[in-house]
Design a binder for this molecule. Structure first.
Ligand code: UDX
Ligand code: UDX
Length: 477
């Protein structure tokens, strides 16, 4: 598709600048920065929102017909606001000068070097951004942490920004984003809560009130909660840790179910109906992926170790360990069930995204599982409605025979096994009879998400291996 770049004329830009009540900038046009700013622009037509990024291709993509992030409903919102009160720009310096409120949503990956390697957050981009703000600001500003950051980051940022000359003052707020991918638009429009952390000084409370005013445009005040800045930073890490912990808890029990005659879906239902426990986040599977859970868990573990809380660190580290164990178990099951060898066998992977309704593959269990299958010399055919481009990038350089075919029917033809790794709805309604007839027999299904009708597939002729449920096999021991 041809990229259509929107250009606003100079005169129009000046006119726009004059008429807006608030001027807001976001540094970092990623999965978080882009959608969250689009929502503010959509809900506040009298505010001007500009999003900048150090990666010019990202900005071009946000200005084109093909947005860099696939998120249901996002296209519509961007179309309604872009060029009116939502702008994507490459001119970071001037935008810092022009805007009074700056959200920072740059990435904070796991550090790969030095102290805290493989655990701590790499804050170099955050610090670089703070220095950039300091260098180009000509007036006082509110700087808002939108990235997930280890506790006390605001303190360090405050120290850097406090070196500003003259009357320029920076007030730092923490406003973590809780939206999940695939449901970002709904999460942003109807969040469970908005959290704003600030210093409890006069200027801190004033800045906090200014941010509340933005969200109050569409979010009921009772859902906008405030705290001190450290509680806010920690709450984001803890919310993700609790969610990840639930996934690991149910996955650990799925292993026990496979050794007994229990069924994980039945157990999850019975447990989840206790209103004290709740029924969400109890789907057993191949483990959690995504850019946040593992990174935030390891961050929390590092933080606890740093403060000498070894028992607490070990407790949270076990959540990550179970996630890895679940993937190892899944791979070992494929190998064992397929007679101990995958060499030369064709395996069709259905779903590469880390969850449904996104093209994002960051930390997707599918990466590791594909690599392991390739290491066993299997031929791997990967199918996904949105994530094939990212899958190819993730597996670049991995040795072995791998193909990418979007159509699941073509991908499965001639294969020995189907391996379901993402809970895309479309896999629930596939014509498995048609697929079975095109596969090598005996045909296997490993349902890593428990989303298809196992009994029906067994009746068609497949040997079916779900997670945390008895296997449905045509083999006589
Ligand atoms: C990021 C963080 O990973 C997450 O911890 C945080 O909660 C929110 O921000 P996400 O938006 O998913 O999440 O990351 P990504 O899609 O990688 O976007 C970050 C963007 O920041 C990238 O487009 C990158 O080019 C940009 N960036 C990075 C800058 O503009 N300046 C920098 O110095 C570094
Ligand atoms: C998460 C948090 O939910 C969100 O609040 C935060 O802002 C960012 O991190 P996200 O990573 O987009 O959001 O997706 P989420 O829906 O939380 O799923 C994370 C992973 O857990 C996915 O791989 C998903 O498939 C897996 N999962 C989730 C399960 O395996 N079982 C479940 O029951 C739920």
């Amino acid at each position: 598709m041809m990229k259509r770049i929107l250009i606003t004329s100079g005169a129009e830009a000046i006119k726009n600048k004059m008429k807006f009540k608030k001027k807001i900038l976001c540094i970092g046009a990623g999965y978080v920065g882009g959608p969250s700013m689009a929502m503010i622009a959509y809900k506040c037509p009298d505010y001007r929102i500009t999003v900048v990024d150090t990666n010019p291709d990202r900005i071009d993509a946000w200005n084109s017909a093909q947005l860099p992030v696939y998120e249901p409903g996002l296209d519509k919102i961007v179309k309604k606001t872009r060029g009116k009160n939502l702008f994507f720009s490459k001119d970071i310096e001037n935008q810092i000068k022009e805007n009074d409120i700056i959200f920072v949503s740059v990435n904070t990956p796991i550090k790969t070097y030095g102290a805290g390697a493989d655990m701590a957050a790499d804050l170099q981009y955050w610090e670089k951004t703070a220095r950039q703000i300091l260098k180009h600001s000509r007036s006082s500003k509110i700087v808002i942490e939108k990235s997930t950051l280890p506790v006390k980051t605001a303190l360090a940022m405050g120290k850097i920004l406090a070196s500003a000359k003259g009357k320029i003052k920076f007030e730092i707020l923490s406003n973590p984003e809780f939206m999940a991918e695939g449901t970002a638009v709904n999460d942003l429009e109807n969040p469970d809560r908005v959290l704003i952390g600030s210093h409890e000084t006069k200027s801190g409370l004033k800045a906090r009130a200014e941010l509340i005013e933005i969200y109050a445009r569409w979010i009921p005040l009772k859902k906008i909660i405030t705290s001190n800045i450290w509680s806010s930073e920690l709450s984001k890490l803890v919310a993700n840790a609790f969610l990840a912990q639930r996934v690991s808890s149910i996955n650990s029990i799925s292993a026990l179910c496979e050794k007994t005659d229990a069924d994980i879906t039945e157990v999850a239902k019975a447990v989840g109906m206790d209103s004290r426990i709740g029924d969400k986040f109890l789907n057993a599977g191949i483990g959690f992926g995504g850019s946040c859970f593992k990174k935030d868990m390891l961050n929390l573990v590092y933080l606890c170790s740093y403060y000498g809380l070894q028992e607490v660190a070990a407790y949270w580290k076990s959540v990550v360990n179970i996630n890895e164990y679940q993937q190892e178990r899944f791979i070992a099951n494929i190998l064992n069930r397929m007679f101990g060898t995958l060499a030369g066998k064709k395996i069709c992977i259905l779903g590469f995204a880390f969850k449904a309704n996104t093209g994002d593959t960051r930390e997707s269990p599918a990466i590791y599982i594909s690599q392991k299958l390739l290491a066993e010399h299997a031929q791997v055919i990967i199918s996904d409605p949105k994530a094939l481009k990212n899958a190819a990038i993730d597996l670049e350089g991995t040795k072995g025979n791998v193909k990418y075919i979007e159509d699941p029917y073509r991908a499965a033809a001639g294969c020995h096994a189907l391996v379901i790794l993402t809970d895309w709805d479309l896999y629930r309604t596939l014509d498995f009879r048609k697929i079975y007839s095109s596969m090598v027999k005996p045909a296997f299904i490993f349902d890593g998400r428990n989303i298809i009708d196992h009994k029906k597939c067994f009746a068609i002729g497949f040997n079916v291996y779900p997670i945390g449920k008895p296997a449905l096999s045509h083999f006589k021991n």
